[in-house]
Write a protein that binds this ligand. Sequence first.
Ligand code: NAD
Ligand code: TYD
Length: 376
Amino acid sequence: MNIIITGGAGFIGSHVVRLFVNKYPQYKIINLDKLTYAGNLANLKDVEDKPNYKFVKMDICDFEGVYKLMQDEHVDGIIHLAAESHVDRSIKDPFTFAQTNVMGTLSMLQAAKLYWESLPEKWEGKRFYHISTDEVYGALEMTHPEGIKPPFTTKASSGEHHLAYGEKFFTEDLKYQPHSPYSAAKASSDHFVRAFHDTYGMPTIVTNCSNNYGPYQFPEKLIPLFINNIRHRKPLPVYGKGENVRDWLYVEDHARAIDLIFHKGKIAETYNIGGFNEWKNIDIIKVVINTVDRLLGRPEGQDMDLITYVTDRAGHDMRYAIDSSKLQRELGWEPSLQFEEGIEKTVRWYLDNQEWMDNVTSGDYLKYYEDMYAGR
Ligand code: NAD
Ligand code: TYD
């Protein structure tokens, strides 16, 4: 197959590109990325010289460019990750999110439609796989702030002991109720993908995944930002009371799920991806502090005094919790890492890759960061 992976220079995209390039030497993998502040080719140093890998710097909104690339490369599959992905940025600049996430996805869909429809075999052997988020479902109530034992028999990445903070979970049949400009734009793009299946018969798949963590995540997101701040003993800005709940999945487990679903998923289906691994922000922050301290040889917990409660995020969703039992049942996917192992690997990676961190935190990003947290 010849596959375009959009957003391959970003956090999740780089793990997907790496997995596909290494696992499928018979495929041609084309990484299409605009290289925004979040795209970084240093994330792919280890695969850039492989013969089955090609990078193309392109905006997904460039419909004609994408259409020509599909023709030139005889593309049969698209794994679409390119997006603006940070909620706080979407609150400040919703237009960019609508442009990239909605219009960019539409441009990819329309280019694929025109190219695939022009072929004698049409949709045969083709696939448009759209990567989305659990945030499109909105927020779940925290009916059990003290935590309850989750009712799952499926494998969880949180270990037997871990708790759920409500009875309800995001399932694939829930109606969309996005709250942030980011999730509204992602929800809109999901609707367009399904509309291309329902209207034109395009072979599409959509997956909605929970919060990812792991190496190469841009340090504006909670876990890498906090690891870096702890290292440099800078304040840790905790939004509100730190009680919001997120469901965390190690990024390589997401990439493995994408590989499985791209090859074995049913056309027109939606699959939720998550590891049944709910954490209150403040609890995860304490785990991260203890881990960084221990790995840096500081007394464990010494840096708890960096925790700084700041004004809450506008419209801050209370709880996300994914029910991924359909994926586990139908395709046999399971998270491979327990959270404790995943967080240890992640902290160790950021501490060992200070040069990567220094590169991405310099220049424009620093200025943006200072503006964003000015006065906090
Ligand atoms: P990211 O912000 O780290 O990377 C986004 C990539 O897209 C960057 O390489 C960037 O250069 C590229 N990009 C942005 N605009 C572009 C454009 N107009 N044209 C071409 N390329 C462009 O994002 P991420 O965290 O890796 O997320 C990837 C996808 O997964 C997104 O669609 C996101 O909604 C989804 N997702 C993310 C998470 C998460 O926890 N990070 C969870 C579920 C789903
Ligand atoms: P984030 O990593 O931005 O992911 P998302 O908003 O997509 O879930 O944030 C994860 C959680 O951490 C979210 O509840 C907001 C909170 N948060 C903070 O408390 N402080 C911060 O500096 C950041 C970036 C996030």
